[in-house]
Design a protein around this ligand. Sequence first.
Ligand SMILES: Nc1nc2c(ncn2[C@@H]2O[C@H](COP(=O)(O)OP(=O)(O)O)[C@@H](O)[C@H]2O)c(=O)[nH]1
Ligand SMILES: [Mg+2]
Length: 227
Amino acid sequence: MDEYTFDDLSVVMGTYNEEAAIATVLEDVERVTDGRAEVVCVDGSSDRTPDIAREHGARVIEQEPQGYGVAVEAALHAADRPVVVTTDCDDTYPMDALPRFLDAINEGYDVVSGDRLYYGAAAMPALNRLGNAAFAVLASVLMGRRVHDTTTGMRAYRQEVVEKIQWTENTGLSAELLMRPLMREYRVREVPIEYAERAGETKLDPLSGGWDIARSIVRVAAEEQFR
Ligand SMILES: Nc1nc2c(ncn2[C@@H]2O[C@H](COP(=O)(O)OP(=O)(O)O)[C@@H](O)[C@H]2O)c(=O)[nH]1
Ligand SMILES: [Mg+2]
């Protein structure tokens, strides 16, 4: 089978008032992929984020802000290409790693998940770092397989995996996007990535958001176990 190239890649993200970061993120995608990847932004902003996205050639889908997962799921389904990469639009994730993600898909993996904790994630707020490590332990115990970062925003998926599975979570969508494929025996691999300090304000409340994620992990693991 022919290998996928950047012409087969969609990079998708939810964007919610990311004026401080979006130009950098989209310029990085453009530079790394020679402008060949399709970019889709599902946007709920009240600032100039969607205008900047369009100026950089992205397809922008406007949507009332309803949370991370609602935006990212819409973006995943809107992607036109056979390989789709999610990212946050906050300049935390390394677009330079896109070739590595694509390589792993070409090696045969269905989901390639960026593990931020591998290198220590020093740029992550301490509470988030602790929480993310705990979510990974919780998910690992429930699934019987060790995963290291369940809440990462940067992953590559074969589009058919996205389409075949029914997604249910919002704040917990990131964990769900790792756990359901893994528990259905899809080929899943974590790859270490660097994680940078965020440009602009976070859109997730660490306490209520963290609680939502923990509940999602338990619910998704139980559903997959008894499916
Ligand atoms: N369209 C849309 N995007 C969102 C919403 N909530 C978060 N996002 C985007 O989803 C990504 C993840 O949010 P972020 O604040 O970075 O969460 P954190 O990484 O946990 O701090 C960012 O690109 C946000 O702009 C929302 O309600 N609507
Ligand atoms: Mg983020």
